[in-house]
Design a binder for this molecule. Structure first.
Ligand code: ADP
Ligand code: ADP
Length: 239
């Protein structure tokens, strides 16, 4: 895993809304950080600054030794290969197989002609299959992505980021559209990639109970500021 450091980070959107104000956070390699807060608190903004999806307007962010703000082109693509992302809506290509979706995680490491022809190297296919094993869904490798349940699709999305061999995985409300039992399955997969592979995980969660259960650290946001930062299990109900 890689560490992530926020130094006095602010985000002001073009319409004048403040996404974040004065964020100072030091996330160590291999932490599993759950970010909590009410709707509009800045959770999504915070997570999206880490891979440059949302540009910061003041301060600085580093992932490992890489300064994120100001990255462009090839350097930004390299960062995004190193920092995988999982979304609330899964974002799978529905018309193709699970395996092909996971192979998309290898695109950055593959020549354009190979990916266009589907002429994947054996190593890439092996990595993709290992990633599917890691989230215990390898039996669905040749099934069409559209045939899977929401929870299964999210696990495939996690496998796709794993195929990138990232040092950091960001998950923006990954269980917000799943029922409670399925949410636990997906959270356990995130916990497993954190514990077994040492990947630093930052996950936004709407529900405090999930955050306390799965986060080794809890960061609470309100109006773009950090109002709680502490161990998951000891979190205060008022967050
Ligand atoms: P959360 O993820 O906790 O719901 P967000 O990060 O989405 O919070 O939003 C934080 C603040 O930034 C809110 O005031 C929201 O209205 C504003 N905001 C978020 N995204 C945008 C955007 N694309 N343009 C303008 N304002 C935005
Ligand atoms: P080793 O010491 O054998 O390299 P690792 O713990 O690094 O063992 O890896 C164990 C397995 O997990 C290997 O199959 C490897 O391909 C896979 N793996 C390791 N790190 C990652 C990662 N960041 N993303 C996806 N798979 C990984």
């Amino acid at each position: 895993g890689a560490g992530i450091r926020f130094s006095d980070v602010g985000v002001t959107y073009p319409n004048g809304h403040h996404g974040l104000r004065g964020i100072d956070l030091d996330i160590a390699p291999g932490e599993m950080v759950a970010v909590v807060g009410l709707s509009g608190a800045g959770k999504s903004t915070l997570i999206r600054t880490i891979n440059g999806l949302v540009p910061i307007t003041s301060g600085g962010i580093t992932v490992g030794d890489t300064r994120v703000d100001g990255l462009r082109g090839r350097a930004l693509r390299d960062l995004r290969a190193d920092v995988g992302m999982v979304f609330q809506g899964f974002n799978l290509a529905k018309r193709t197989t699970v395996l092909n979706n996971v192979l998309m995680g290898r695109l950055h490491h593959t020549s354009a002609w190979r990916s266009l022809l589907g002429a994947w190297r054996r190593d890439d296919v092996e990595l993709a299959m290992q990633a599917l094993e890691r989230v215990e869904i390898v039996q669905k490798a040749y099934v069409g992505a559209a045939e899977l349940s929401g929870g299964q699709q999210q696990r495939v999305a996690i496998a796709r980021t794993l195929a990138q061999r990232p040092r950091v995985v960001l998950a923006d409300e990954p269980v917000a559209s799943l029922d409670p039992p399925t949410s636990h399955v997906v959270m356990r997969d995130l916990q497993r990639i954190n514990a077994e592979l040492g990947i630093t995980v930052v996950v936004n969660l709407h529900f405090l109970d999930l955050a306390r259960r799965y986060g080794t650290r809890l960061v609470g946001l309100r109006a773009g500021e950090v109002v709680y930062d502490g161990p998951g299990a000891d979190a205060d109900e008022s967050v």
